[in-house]
Design a protein around this ligand. Structure first.
Ligand code: FES
Length: 83
């Protein structure tokens, strides 16, 4: 099980956390990996100027935009690079 946490604190919210969350939901649905991914919202992670901040497992990833979600998903969840 891979845990993906998306910061939904106010700074990340303003930077598009909702779009990032929706992009992950769409990909989880598309690839039918509901049983392998635990997606959750998280409160402020303390990197507000570098939002959107997400956490995959124990790894904190900053400056995530909706456009970057597919590459992250492919690398971390599907286990391949974004090409
Ligand atoms: S609001 Fe997301 S890190 Fe602070």
């Amino acid at each position: 099980m891979i845990r993906i946490s998306i910061c939904v604190g106010s700074a990340c919210h303003l930077r598009g956390a909702h779009g990032v969350l929706n992009a992950f939901i769409a990909l989880i649905d598309k690839y039918q990996v509901q049983g392998a991914v635990d997606l959750e919202g998280n409160f402020c992670q303390g990197y507000c100027t570098e939002g959107v901040v997400i956490k995959i497992g124990n790894e904190i990833i900053t400056n995530v935009s909706q456009e970057k979600v597919y590459d992250l998903f492919a690398e971390k969840v599907l286990g391949r690079d974004g090409t």
